[in-house]
Design a binder for this molecule. Structure first.
Ligand code: M6R
Length: 661
């Protein structure tokens, strides 16, 4: 089959008048394409979201003197943290394309490959994590062209895939999946050398992509393309690699070339070259020696997963917001909730455990104030045994990172038995909670490995805020103007979080000053009260220090008796009246010679009484304050634990997922 579609921006060399004009024209076209793609990337339209195939995935490619299959499987295992709902590999054996694909973890694919070993020395692999939609073997990569001679693995989003697919189908291409990625394999069909076909293809693609491509007709050769999605080239001895992340091959080579957006690379066992989308050789590509040991690399150079995950929050938040808002019409959209009878809901009961429950407690403020629906929050372990009063007019909202927490599952099952509507906010794809629930709103935090939950918390808060706005717009308890302002505040958060993360060194210094103390009180009002609980939980989990979260207003009813010079109070000053009232607590603590660290919103407080330290966050609306304040609190817990030398990622007595009661 021949792909007859003319490339949208093809530049005919024969028609060019002079080299200068050619170069200028090429640059102009490349620039236009770049700007266009940038625009689309930034815009991230909800069109793609409807298809429900937004992913975090891992890519590996190998060409060299070893048998490819074990190398690919090993690379995929090292990338499994990026995705684990399905995986696949493609190799060329005796001149024929062979693919293996399996849903579930890499172990399933490995078993399949062991039953069907091949001796091929070049191939590509992919592990996929769909944050949306049901995983299936059809959706698993690699995807093939009509004649099954070209295999493609892809990370990212082809935003104009619908239009491209229609054009391809109109000229006879047959698609086997609903994915956007498959269009790339079909676009690559046709005449010309593989590199030229890649160039013709990429200029038609809008969106973000990292691609690894294998052509059956060109032995011992692989191609990689990078556009707004990570792809690195590993340079070995008689072997070369492509991967979405360095850990995939770091035990085999530490020499890496970081590809740039707009690069196409061609690798063979003994050579690699990089060209741009118009075939111009890249001359400044440099090979970098990576100093990390393989384990550190999986942590992206961070010492611990917890620190890595704290730093991943801006990206996780962006992913979670993707396609769920429409600024032009000032609306929040949740396609997952279409046809779900939320209009009949009279009461919401939020159930969760640990950090997820703290997110739920903050969610109560958001939902009640914005959507004017009464909300109750309960620990799942309490809810399941308290014979709760719920019925078909109750929406039970279950929040869980893992989707496998035993108490939360039991509570969700009980809610169903009593005819309540069950909605979950969950990070784990296809997990038990999502199967029990009527509907699920996924957080797209990516795999969270550190036992202390960090990025899942901020993503849960983001979804809760969106849900509050969604309910508010349904119940017309919010005007369009305020709705857009709130959406804008939400969209500003990733950048604001990044700014706070740049301040890590100050928090580390603070931790050095306080890690030898034994008692910490975290105080807050309004949304800062559950945040105080979360700040204290983070510290106790990883540093084993005594830390208590308290409602600031409750201090005088008892806890103030604890104050003495060796007790550290971390006071969270939120916005408005809640923040103003908490100022009084600082005076009371100082009068009793307690030490005070303040985390403050930049409101007009006037004088903050003399305290040990003030950390200021950037301005945001009162509901979103916790999403920014949590950053210094998480960092403080992390650095205190680091100074104390505790096992940050696997603290004593704790498990990442509590699957037993
Ligand atoms: O997976 P889940 O969100 O359901 O887990 C709930 C709690 O077990 C979890 O948040 C736990 O409290 C964390 N270790 C907190 O950092």
């Amino acid at each position: 089959m021949n792909s007859e579609i003319a490339p949208a921006h093809r530049v005919s060399k024969k028609k060019r008048g002079s080299n200068d004009i050619n170069t200028f024209h090429s640059l102009f076209v490349l620039f236009s394409h770049f700007m266009f793609s940038m625009y689309y990337h930034r815009k991230r339209t909800s069109e793609f979201h409807e298809k429900g195939d937004i992913r975090m995935c891992g890519i590996i490619g190998y060409v060299g003197e070893k048998v490819a299959m074990p190398v690919l499987l090993d690379g995929l295992k090292r990338l499994e943290y990026r995705g684990y709902d399905s995986a696949g590999i493609a190799v060329v054996e005796d001149g024929c394309m062979v693919t293996f694909r399996r849903t579930g973890k890499i172990a399933g694919l490995e078993a399949l490959c062991q039953e069907n070993p091949t001796l091929s020395r070049w191939g590509i692999g992919h592990t996929r994590w769909a944050t949306h939609g049901v995983p299936s073997e059809k959706k698993a990569h690699p995807h093939l062209d009509c004649r099954q001679r070209i295999a493609v693995v892809h990370n990212g989003i082809i935003e104009n895939y619908r239009q491209l697919r229609k054009e391809l189908e109109d000229i006879g291409h047959v698609f086997l999946s609903e994915t956007d990625s498959e269009v790339v394999a079909h676009l690559l069909e046709g005449g010309g050398a593989p590199l030229q076909r890649i160039q013709k293809t990429v200029i038609k693609l809008q969106g973000s992509y990292a691609l690894c491509i294998l052509f059956q007709e060109e032995p011992d050769t692989l191609y990689g393309v990078r556009m707004f999605n990570p792809l690195v080239l590993g340079v070995g001895e008689n072997e070369n690699f492509l991967a979405s992340d360095i850990p995939a091959f770091l035990d085999k080579t530490r020499k890496v070339v970081f590809l740039d957006d707009g690069d196409i690379t061609r690798i063979t066992p003994n050579s690699w070259e990089i060209v741009d989308f118009y075939g111009k050789q890249k001359t400044q590509a440099t090979v970098v020696q990576i100093p990390w040991d393989p384990l550190t690399a999986e942590k992206g150079g961070y010492k611990h997963f917890m620190l890595k995950e704290i730093h991943e929050q801006p990206q996780a938040l962006e992913d979670t917001l993707l396609g769920r808002w429409d600024l032009v019409n000032g609306r929040v959209r949740f396609d997952e909730l279409e046809g779900f009878a939320l209009g009949t809901v009279e009461r919401i009961v939020i159930i969760a455990c640990g950090t997820a429950c703290h997110a739920g407690m903050i969610g109560k403020y958001m939902i009640e104030q914005l959507a004017r629906v009464p909300v109750e929050v309960d620990y799942a372990s309490e809810f399941r045994y308290r014979d709760p009063l719920i019925d078909e007019k109750t929406l039970v909202l279950c929040i869980s990172q893992s989707g496998e927490t035993a108490d939360t599952l039991a509570a969700a099952r009980l809610a169903r038995e009593r005819q309540a509507m069950v909605l979950s906010i969950c990070n784990g794809m296809g997990t038990t909670l999502t199967r029990i629930s009527d509907r699920t709103l996924y957080t797209r935090a990516g795999v969270e490995i550190g036992v202390a939950s960090t990025k899942a918390f901020s993503c849960q808060l983001a979804v809760l805020f969106l849900l509050s706005l969604y309910l508010a717009q349904q119940r017309t308890t919010i005007g369009n103007q305020l709705l857009s302002t709130h959406i804008q505040s939400l969209l500003a958060l990733p950048r604001q979080m990044n700014d706070l993360l740049k301040n890590s060194a100050t928090i580390h210094e603070l931790a050095r000053q306080y890690y030898l103390y034994h008692d910490f009180l975290y105080l807050g009002r309004g949304v800062c009260y559950p945040l105080a609980l979360e700040g204290a939980l983070k510290l106790k989990e990883v540093s084993y220090l005594h830390a208590e979260g308290l409602s600031a207003g409750e201090m005088k009813h008892g806890p103030i008796a604890l104050i003495e010079p060796d007790v550290i109070s971390v006071v969270l000053l939120g916005k408005g009246i809640a923040g103003a009232k908490t100022l009084g607590n600082i005076e009371e603590i100082k009068a009793r010679k307690g030490k005070v660290i303040v985390v403050s919103h930049p409101d007009h407080w006037g004088e903050i009484p003399l305290v040990e330290q003030v950390i200021t966050i950037t301005d945001t609306n009162k509901y979103l304050v916790p999403l920014l304040m949590i950053i210094p609190l998480q960092l403080f817990a992390y650095y205190v634990a680091l100074e104390k030398g505790s096992d940050v990622d696997q603290p004593r007595n704790l498990a990442k997922s509590v699957t037993v009661e």
